[in-house]
Write a protein of this length. Sequence first.
Length: 348
Amino acid sequence: MRQAGRSLPEYRAIRGDGSILDAIKRPDVAAEITLQPIRRYGVDAAVLFSDIVVPAHAVGFGIDVAPGTGPVAEAPLRARRHLDRLRPLEPDDIGYVAETVGLVVAELGRQTPVLAFAGAPFTVASYLIEGRPSRSYEHTKVLMHTDPSLWHDVMDRLASMAVTFIDVQLAAGARAFQLFDSWAGALGVADYDRFVLPYSRRVFDELAGRHPDAPGIHFGIGCDHLLESMVQAGPRIIGLDWRTTISGARKRLGDHIGVQGNLDPALVLGTKELAVAAARAVLADNAGRPGHVFNLGHGVQPGTDPDVLAAVVDLVHTETSLRSPATQAAADHSSAGASSIAPDEERQ
Protein backbone atom coordinates (compact mmCIF):
# COMPACT_ATOMS: atom_id res chain seq x y z
CA MET A 1 0.00 0.00 0.00
CA ARG A 2 1.76 3.16 1.08
CA GLN A 3 4.54 4.23 3.40
CA ALA A 4 4.78 2.92 6.93
CA GLY A 5 6.39 6.24 7.77
CA ARG A 6 3.76 8.14 9.67
CA SER A 7 3.87 5.83 12.69
CA LEU A 8 7.64 6.31 13.04
CA PRO A 9 9.25 8.91 15.32
CA GLU A 10 11.87 9.58 12.66
CA TYR A 11 9.08 10.38 10.19
CA ARG A 12 7.51 12.92 12.52
CA ALA A 13 10.92 14.48 13.13
CA ILE A 14 11.60 15.15 9.45
CA ARG A 15 8.07 15.63 8.11
CA GLY A 16 7.35 18.85 9.98
CA ASP A 17 4.03 20.70 10.07
CA GLY A 18 1.88 21.88 7.22
CA SER A 19 0.77 20.20 4.02
CA ILE A 20 2.23 16.86 3.00
CA LEU A 21 2.63 18.39 -0.46
CA ASP A 22 5.37 20.68 0.86
CA ALA A 23 7.42 17.68 1.99
CA ILE A 24 6.79 15.87 -1.29
CA LYS A 25 8.23 18.84 -3.20
CA ARG A 26 11.56 18.46 -1.38
CA PRO A 27 13.34 15.46 -2.95
CA ASP A 28 15.83 15.08 -0.11
CA VAL A 29 13.04 14.94 2.46
CA ALA A 30 10.71 12.76 0.35
CA ALA A 31 13.53 10.32 -0.39
CA GLU A 32 14.47 10.05 3.27
CA ILE A 33 10.87 9.41 4.28
CA THR A 34 10.58 6.73 1.56
CA LEU A 35 13.71 5.02 2.90
CA GLN A 36 12.85 5.12 6.62
CA PRO A 37 10.64 1.97 6.66
CA ILE A 38 13.30 0.08 4.70
CA ARG A 39 15.95 0.95 7.25
CA ARG A 40 13.81 0.19 10.27
CA TYR A 41 11.91 -2.90 9.13
CA GLY A 42 13.86 -4.42 6.24
CA VAL A 43 10.69 -4.66 4.15
CA ASP A 44 10.92 -5.90 0.59
CA ALA A 45 9.88 -2.81 -1.36
CA ALA A 46 10.02 0.97 -1.02
CA VAL A 47 6.80 2.79 -1.84
CA LEU A 48 7.33 6.35 -2.99
CA PHE A 49 6.35 9.02 -0.46
CA SER A 50 3.65 10.82 -2.40
CA ASP A 51 -0.05 11.69 -2.46
CA ILE A 52 -2.88 11.09 -4.88
CA VAL A 53 -3.51 14.82 -5.46
CA VAL A 54 0.08 15.66 -6.47
CA PRO A 55 -0.75 15.81 -10.22
CA ALA A 56 -3.82 18.03 -9.78
CA HIS A 57 -1.88 20.28 -7.42
CA ALA A 58 1.06 20.43 -9.83
CA VAL A 59 -1.08 21.74 -12.71
CA GLY A 60 -2.57 24.47 -10.52
CA PHE A 61 -6.11 23.13 -10.08
CA GLY A 62 -6.25 24.58 -6.59
CA ILE A 63 -6.15 21.65 -4.17
CA ASP A 64 -4.06 21.09 -1.08
CA VAL A 65 -3.91 18.58 1.75
CA ALA A 66 -5.08 20.12 5.00
CA PRO A 67 -3.52 18.50 8.09
CA GLY A 68 -6.13 16.50 9.93
CA THR A 69 -8.65 16.80 7.09
CA GLY A 70 -7.20 15.59 3.80
CA PRO A 71 -7.47 17.00 0.27
CA VAL A 72 -9.38 20.28 0.14
CA ALA A 73 -10.30 22.34 -2.94
CA GLU A 74 -11.76 25.75 -2.16
CA ALA A 75 -13.33 25.88 -5.63
CA PRO A 76 -14.55 22.34 -6.47
CA LEU A 77 -15.03 21.13 -10.02
CA ARG A 78 -18.79 21.41 -10.53
CA ALA A 79 -19.18 22.91 -14.04
CA ARG A 80 -17.53 22.66 -17.44
CA ARG A 81 -15.79 26.01 -17.05
CA HIS A 82 -13.87 24.53 -14.11
CA LEU A 83 -12.28 21.95 -16.42
CA ASP A 84 -9.86 24.63 -17.67
CA ARG A 85 -8.04 24.39 -14.34
CA LEU A 86 -7.27 20.73 -15.02
CA ARG A 87 -4.72 21.15 -17.81
CA PRO A 88 -2.56 18.21 -18.98
CA LEU A 89 0.24 17.17 -16.65
CA GLU A 90 3.73 17.59 -18.12
CA PRO A 91 6.80 15.75 -16.83
CA ASP A 92 8.43 19.08 -16.00
CA ASP A 93 5.55 19.83 -13.62
CA ILE A 94 6.73 16.99 -11.38
CA GLY A 95 10.48 17.07 -11.82
CA TYR A 96 10.83 16.86 -8.05
CA VAL A 97 9.06 13.48 -8.10
CA ALA A 98 11.51 12.06 -10.65
CA GLU A 99 14.39 13.42 -8.57
CA THR A 100 13.04 11.73 -5.44
CA VAL A 101 12.74 8.37 -7.20
CA GLY A 102 16.26 8.74 -8.52
CA LEU A 103 17.65 9.40 -5.04
CA VAL A 104 15.87 6.35 -3.59
CA VAL A 105 16.93 4.06 -6.44
CA ALA A 106 20.53 5.22 -6.07
CA GLU A 107 20.42 4.37 -2.36
CA LEU A 108 18.74 0.97 -2.71
CA GLY A 109 20.22 -0.35 -5.96
CA ARG A 110 18.55 -3.32 -7.60
CA GLN A 111 18.02 -5.39 -4.47
CA THR A 112 14.99 -3.49 -3.15
CA PRO A 113 12.52 -2.28 -5.79
CA VAL A 114 10.79 1.09 -5.66
CA LEU A 115 7.05 1.12 -6.28
CA ALA A 116 5.45 4.04 -8.08
CA PHE A 117 2.21 5.43 -6.77
CA ALA A 118 -0.86 7.26 -8.11
CA GLY A 119 -4.51 7.85 -7.40
CA ALA A 120 -7.03 6.30 -9.77
CA PRO A 121 -9.18 8.68 -11.83
CA PHE A 122 -12.39 8.11 -9.85
CA THR A 123 -10.91 8.71 -6.40
CA VAL A 124 -9.05 11.84 -7.52
CA ALA A 125 -12.22 13.07 -9.25
CA SER A 126 -14.19 12.61 -6.05
CA TYR A 127 -11.84 14.98 -4.21
CA LEU A 128 -11.91 17.59 -6.97
CA ILE A 129 -15.71 17.47 -7.21
CA GLU A 130 -16.59 17.17 -3.53
CA GLY A 131 -13.94 19.68 -2.50
CA ARG A 132 -12.99 17.65 0.55
CA PRO A 133 -13.26 14.09 1.93
CA SER A 134 -16.83 12.81 1.78
CA ARG A 135 -18.95 9.99 3.15
CA SER A 136 -21.77 10.24 0.62
CA TYR A 137 -20.02 11.43 -2.60
CA GLU A 138 -23.26 13.17 -3.44
CA HIS A 139 -21.80 15.83 -5.75
CA THR A 140 -19.69 13.23 -7.55
CA LYS A 141 -22.61 10.90 -8.17
CA VAL A 142 -24.97 13.69 -9.19
CA LEU A 143 -22.46 15.07 -11.72
CA MET A 144 -21.81 11.56 -13.01
CA HIS A 145 -25.48 11.05 -13.85
CA THR A 146 -26.66 14.58 -14.72
CA ASP A 147 -23.72 15.68 -16.86
CA PRO A 148 -22.09 12.49 -18.18
CA SER A 149 -20.30 14.42 -20.93
CA LEU A 150 -18.45 16.53 -18.37
CA TRP A 151 -17.85 13.46 -16.21
CA HIS A 152 -16.18 11.57 -19.04
CA ASP A 153 -14.03 14.58 -19.91
CA VAL A 154 -12.88 14.88 -16.30
CA MET A 155 -12.07 11.18 -16.10
CA ASP A 156 -10.24 11.29 -19.41
CA ARG A 157 -7.99 14.09 -18.16
CA LEU A 158 -7.37 12.36 -14.85
CA ALA A 159 -6.50 9.09 -16.59
CA SER A 160 -3.93 10.97 -18.69
CA MET A 161 -2.55 12.54 -15.52
CA ALA A 162 -2.23 9.18 -13.79
CA VAL A 163 -0.40 7.70 -16.78
CA THR A 164 2.05 10.61 -16.93
CA PHE A 165 2.58 10.60 -13.17
CA ILE A 166 3.37 6.88 -13.02
CA ASP A 167 5.36 6.97 -16.26
CA VAL A 168 7.69 9.62 -14.79
CA GLN A 169 8.28 7.46 -11.73
CA LEU A 170 8.93 4.29 -13.73
CA ALA A 171 11.26 6.14 -16.12
CA ALA A 172 13.21 7.37 -13.08
CA GLY A 173 13.79 3.81 -11.87
CA ALA A 174 10.66 2.55 -10.10
CA ARG A 175 9.94 -1.07 -11.04
CA ALA A 176 6.22 -1.53 -10.31
CA PHE A 177 3.26 0.74 -9.66
CA GLN A 178 0.19 0.93 -7.47
CA LEU A 179 -3.06 2.59 -8.53
CA PHE A 180 -5.27 3.47 -5.58
CA ASP A 181 -9.01 3.74 -6.15
CA SER A 182 -9.58 4.22 -2.47
CA TRP A 183 -13.22 5.25 -2.67
CA ALA A 184 -14.50 3.22 -5.63
CA GLY A 185 -16.33 1.01 -3.15
CA ALA A 186 -18.93 3.80 -2.83
CA LEU A 187 -20.23 2.79 -6.27
CA GLY A 188 -22.40 -0.08 -7.37
CA VAL A 189 -21.16 -2.46 -10.05
CA ALA A 190 -23.22 -0.90 -12.85
CA ASP A 191 -21.95 2.63 -12.18
CA TYR A 192 -18.39 1.41 -11.75
CA ASP A 193 -18.44 -0.50 -15.03
CA ARG A 194 -19.96 2.41 -16.96
CA PHE A 195 -18.30 5.46 -15.42
CA VAL A 196 -14.99 4.25 -13.94
CA LEU A 197 -13.69 1.00 -15.41
CA PRO A 198 -12.85 2.37 -18.91
CA TYR A 199 -10.51 4.96 -17.40
CA SER A 200 -8.76 2.68 -14.95
CA ARG A 201 -8.33 0.19 -17.79
CA ARG A 202 -6.78 2.93 -19.92
CA VAL A 203 -4.19 3.66 -17.21
CA PHE A 204 -3.13 0.02 -16.97
CA ASP A 205 -3.20 -0.51 -20.75
CA GLU A 206 -1.07 2.54 -21.56
CA LEU A 207 1.47 1.79 -18.85
CA ALA A 208 1.71 -1.84 -19.96
CA GLY A 209 2.55 -0.58 -23.43
CA ARG A 210 5.25 1.76 -22.15
CA HIS A 211 6.62 -0.42 -19.34
CA PRO A 212 5.74 -4.07 -20.02
CA ASP A 213 8.03 -5.34 -17.26
CA ALA A 214 6.47 -3.19 -14.52
CA PRO A 215 3.57 -5.02 -12.84
CA GLY A 216 0.58 -2.95 -11.75
CA ILE A 217 -1.33 -3.26 -8.47
CA HIS A 218 -4.94 -2.10 -8.08
CA PHE A 219 -6.50 -1.39 -4.69
CA GLY A 220 -9.69 0.03 -3.22
CA ILE A 221 -11.51 0.06 0.12
CA GLY A 222 -14.76 -1.84 0.55
CA CYS A 223 -14.53 -3.15 -3.01
CA ASP A 224 -15.43 -6.80 -2.50
CA HIS A 225 -18.42 -6.39 -4.83
CA LEU A 226 -16.16 -4.82 -7.48
CA LEU A 227 -13.26 -7.29 -7.52
CA GLU A 228 -14.11 -8.89 -10.84
CA SER A 229 -14.57 -5.48 -12.46
CA MET A 230 -11.36 -4.09 -10.98
CA VAL A 231 -9.42 -7.06 -12.34
CA GLN A 232 -10.86 -6.28 -15.79
CA ALA A 233 -8.99 -2.97 -15.58
CA GLY A 234 -5.81 -4.95 -16.22
CA PRO A 235 -3.70 -5.10 -13.03
CA ARG A 236 -1.40 -8.07 -12.46
CA ILE A 237 -2.00 -7.84 -8.70
CA ILE A 238 -5.21 -7.00 -6.83
CA GLY A 239 -5.02 -5.41 -3.38
CA LEU A 240 -7.52 -6.73 -0.84
CA ASP A 241 -8.75 -4.96 2.24
CA TRP A 242 -9.40 -6.97 5.42
CA ARG A 243 -13.04 -7.62 4.54
CA THR A 244 -12.21 -10.03 1.70
CA THR A 245 -10.42 -13.29 2.36
CA ILE A 246 -7.46 -14.19 0.19
CA SER A 247 -8.80 -17.70 -0.37
CA GLY A 248 -12.19 -16.35 -1.37
CA ALA A 249 -10.68 -13.83 -3.78
CA ARG A 250 -8.54 -16.53 -5.38
CA LYS A 251 -11.59 -18.73 -5.97
CA ARG A 252 -13.40 -15.84 -7.64
CA LEU A 253 -10.52 -14.41 -9.66
CA GLY A 254 -8.41 -17.44 -10.58
CA ASP A 255 -4.69 -18.04 -10.39
CA HIS A 256 -3.62 -15.62 -13.12
CA ILE A 257 -3.70 -12.64 -10.76
CA GLY A 258 -1.52 -12.00 -7.72
CA VAL A 259 -2.99 -10.78 -4.45
CA GLN A 260 -1.79 -8.20 -1.95
CA GLY A 261 -2.98 -7.91 1.63
CA ASN A 262 -4.67 -8.07 3.95
CA LEU A 263 -4.11 -7.83 7.71
CA ASP A 264 -6.68 -5.63 9.47
CA PRO A 265 -4.74 -2.47 10.48
CA ALA A 266 -6.71 -2.28 13.72
CA LEU A 267 -5.02 -5.49 14.85
CA VAL A 268 -1.55 -3.94 14.79
CA LEU A 269 -2.79 -1.33 17.28
CA GLY A 270 -2.81 -4.04 19.94
CA THR A 271 -0.09 -6.26 21.33
CA LYS A 272 2.66 -8.00 19.41
CA GLU A 273 1.00 -11.31 20.21
CA LEU A 274 -2.31 -10.20 18.70
CA ALA A 275 -0.66 -8.79 15.57
CA VAL A 276 1.54 -11.83 15.01
CA ALA A 277 -1.38 -14.23 15.45
CA ALA A 278 -3.43 -12.20 12.97
CA ALA A 279 -0.55 -12.18 10.48
CA ARG A 280 -0.26 -15.95 10.79
CA ALA A 281 -3.97 -16.22 9.99
CA VAL A 282 -3.46 -14.17 6.80
CA LEU A 283 -0.59 -16.45 5.74
CA ALA A 284 -2.71 -19.50 6.53
CA ASP A 285 -5.53 -18.09 4.41
CA ASN A 286 -3.12 -17.84 1.49
CA ALA A 287 -1.98 -21.43 2.23
CA GLY A 288 1.51 -20.98 0.82
CA ARG A 289 0.35 -20.26 -2.71
CA PRO A 290 2.68 -18.14 -4.85
CA GLY A 291 1.85 -14.63 -5.94
CA HIS A 292 1.09 -13.16 -2.51
CA VAL A 293 2.41 -9.80 -1.33
CA PHE A 294 1.76 -9.65 2.39
CA ASN A 295 0.49 -6.26 3.49
CA LEU A 296 -2.09 -4.57 5.63
CA GLY A 297 -5.64 -4.34 4.34
CA HIS A 298 -5.53 -0.53 4.59
CA GLY A 299 -3.25 2.08 6.12
CA VAL A 300 -1.04 2.12 9.17
CA GLN A 301 -2.59 4.35 11.81
CA PRO A 302 -0.30 7.06 13.25
CA GLY A 303 -0.56 5.61 16.76
CA THR A 304 0.73 2.17 15.74
CA ASP A 305 3.69 0.93 17.77
CA PRO A 306 6.66 0.49 15.38
CA ASP A 307 7.81 -2.51 17.40
CA VAL A 308 4.53 -4.28 16.67
CA LEU A 309 5.00 -3.73 12.94
CA ALA A 310 8.57 -5.03 13.25
CA ALA A 311 7.25 -8.22 14.85
CA VAL A 312 4.84 -8.71 11.94
CA VAL A 313 7.60 -8.20 9.37
CA ASP A 314 9.85 -10.67 11.19
CA LEU A 315 7.07 -13.23 11.33
CA VAL A 316 6.29 -12.95 7.63
CA HIS A 317 9.93 -13.17 6.62
CA THR A 318 10.47 -16.19 8.87
CA GLU A 319 7.33 -18.05 7.83
CA THR A 320 7.76 -17.49 4.10
CA SER A 321 11.44 -18.49 4.18
CA LEU A 322 10.36 -21.95 5.37
CA ARG A 323 8.56 -22.82 2.15
CA SER A 324 9.83 -25.64 0.00
CA PRO A 325 12.30 -24.79 -2.80
CA ALA A 326 9.68 -25.61 -5.42
CA THR A 327 7.14 -23.27 -3.89
CA GLN A 328 9.75 -20.55 -3.46
CA ALA A 329 10.80 -20.87 -7.10
CA ALA A 330 7.20 -20.55 -8.22
CA ALA A 331 6.75 -17.46 -6.09
CA ASP A 332 9.91 -15.88 -7.46
CA HIS A 333 8.52 -16.21 -10.97
CA SER A 334 4.98 -15.12 -10.19
CA SER A 335 3.64 -11.78 -11.28
CA ALA A 336 3.45 -10.54 -7.70
CA GLY A 337 6.87 -11.70 -6.56
CA ALA A 338 7.75 -13.47 -3.35
CA SER A 339 5.55 -13.09 -0.30
CA SER A 340 6.54 -10.04 1.66
CA ILE A 341 5.21 -7.12 3.62
CA ALA A 342 5.37 -3.85 1.77
CA PRO A 343 5.45 -0.40 3.41
CA ASP A 344 1.96 0.86 4.07
CA GLU A 345 0.35 4.11 5.07
CA GLU A 346 -2.90 4.98 3.29
CA ARG A 347 -3.67 8.42 4.66
CA GLN A 348 -7.45 8.08 4.54
